[in-house]
Ligand binder design. Structure first.
Ligand code: PHE
Length: 468
């Protein structure tokens, strides 16, 4: 376990009191105390790890697919509003709570809101657990496609191949393998595990995605591909499903509403300029999602596979694209391996942040050592993931419930918490960022705009669940 440098209490503010416990953790992981909390080594490490959490399967595929299905540029406008107007303020809210309390979601909510807010923290931890269980199944598939592509190339009959590997023993095995890697990294700790991984793999991901977009621009299908992706159909804006999709996607993509960014921020010192860092994270997340769309659609259109898109999100990712890579011969193999490698990287750094929420909670609340927490909770999550690995319908339902209900509901609760319950959120955010002119606007968005919009979204999401 990383000892972490003790953090001096900021002027005029005593170190946050722990809820009555300072004790040796039974697993031998040393004392569990706020003063010894692990720390990022600096701004770059934190920002890259947070971008790593945000950028994942959601960006590389789900976003462009939803955009194309839901009115292209029209969806994009709604999505940008959701990201800037609702997502970013809540991202900043999570950062403020985490850094201020210096503990995971349960302790942090209790710190600023009292014990009655603890159950919300438990809900966050449950959401992390649930999302990681199925996320790891899809991530395992990306790992399988990357390695098979590298060693054997992509299969001609991609649909039959997908049927074989997407459920059953194969899916379970790759899921377990992916979970093992995730657990190994989280065991390494904040600096040596999470931060080091992000520092190495995230720049790689940026380079791969940008390189693939440049390559895709040279393909014959580039023009029609871009048109399919971006042409605006404004009539879609009136469809409530498009609103719920845009909101759910914004929350999922920014890793909001379940304490992931909150937990990462609990390892920050008070010198950080949180508004700037939240903006960097949100723009990087949107940027990768947007550019990934510029990769995917030219590829599909270059090979005339557009009719294959549209059946199911996951299916199209693992059928249409591998089919395209196979048809393109040698170049397709290189492009395909790079594409799936970027997916693996994105998924891994996101999975790490999901597991970290649960692990940090066990360390904070039960005094477990990090290795013990990562191992026990990683095994429990892996076990739950066997269910969606055996049944894709279960996976789809878990994704809907987690993304559209848990995350949006969690975001709503966080907006209310920081907007109305927390004592001095502006004072808290001003630490490290004095004199930013739009803090009053931030508070207004949290108090009024976000709760209203999210309540509407939640209503339609629940209605969608009932009618499904
Ligand atoms: N943001 C990740 C993605 O886009 C998924 C995620 C959701 C990670 C919630 C952490 C918390 O793939």
């Amino acid at each position: 376990m990383e000892p972490g440098s003790p953090q001096p209490a900021p002027p005029g503010r005593a170190a946050a009191p722990r809820r009555g416990r300072l004790r040796a953790s039974p697993g031998g992981g040393g004392f569990v105390a706020t003063a010894q909390r692990e720390q990022w080594s600096g701004r770059l490490g934190f920002v890259l790890a947070a971008i790593g959490s945000a950028v994942g399967l959601g960006n590389m595929w789900r976003f462009s697919y939803l955009a194309a299905e839901n009115g292209g540029a029209a969806f994009m406008i709604l999505y940008v509003f959701m990201t800037l107007g609702i997502g970013m303020p809540i991202l900043l809210a999570e950062m403020v709570i985490g850094r201020g309390a210096r503990r995971g979601p349960i302790g942090a909510l209790a710190h600023f809101g009292g014990r009655s807010w603890q159950p919300l923290g438990w809900l966050f931890v449950a959401a992390g657990f649930l999302i990681l269980a199925y996320y790891s199944v899809i991530a395992g598939l990306t790992l399988r496609y990357a390695l098979h592509g590298l060693l054997q190339g992509f299969e001609g009959d991609a649909a039959a191949q997908f049927d074989q590997v997407s459920t059953g023993v194969s899916a379970v095995s790759w899921h377990l393998g992916f979970m093992a890697i995730t657990v190994g990294i989280v065991m390494g700790g904040v600096k040596a595990g999470i931060e080091r991984t992000a520092l190495v793999v995230m720049p790689l991901l940026f380079v791969i995605v940008a390189g693939l977009a440049l390559y895709a621009a040279t393909l014959d299908g580039a023009g029609p591909g871009y048109a399919y992706y971006l042409s605006a159909d404004f009539s879609k804006l009136l469809d409530p499903r498009v609103l719920t999709d845009a909101a759910g996607q914004a929350f999922f993509s920014l890793s909001l509403g379940m304490g992931a960014i909150l937990t990462y921020s609990s390892y920050l010192d008070r010198s950080h300029h949180l508004p700037n860092e939240s903006a960097t994270i949100a723009f990087a997340d949107f940027g990768v999602a947007f550019v990934a769309g510029l990769v995917v659609f030219p590829l599909i259109f270059a090979l005339g596979l557009e009719a294959e898109v549209g059946d199911s999100t996951v299916g199209a990712l693992f059928i249409t694209l591998p089919h395209a890579f196979e048809s393109m011969g040698g170049a397709g193999r290189v492009v395909g391996v790079l594409f799936f490698a970027a997916l693996v990287v994105g998924a891994l750094t996101s999975a790490i942040s999901l597991l970290e929420v649960v692990v940090a909670t066990a360390i904070d609340s039960f005094g477990w050592s990090r290795p013990r927490a990562a191992l026990v909770l990683g095994v429990a999550t892996a076990a739950l993931g066997i269910w969606p690995a055996l049944d894709l319908d279960v996976l789809g339902r878990m994704d809907y419930v987690a993304g559209n209900l848990f995350l949006v509901g969690g975001g709503l609760a966080l907006a209310v918490f920081v907007g109305w319950i927390m004592d001095d959120p502006i004072g808290e955010v001003e630490t490290g960022a004095p004199g930013v002119p739009w803090f009053a606007l931030w508070r207004l968005l949290l108090r009024a705009v976000a709760p209203l919009v999210l309540a509407v979204v939640l209503y339609y999401s629940l209605a969608g669940l009932v009618s499904a």
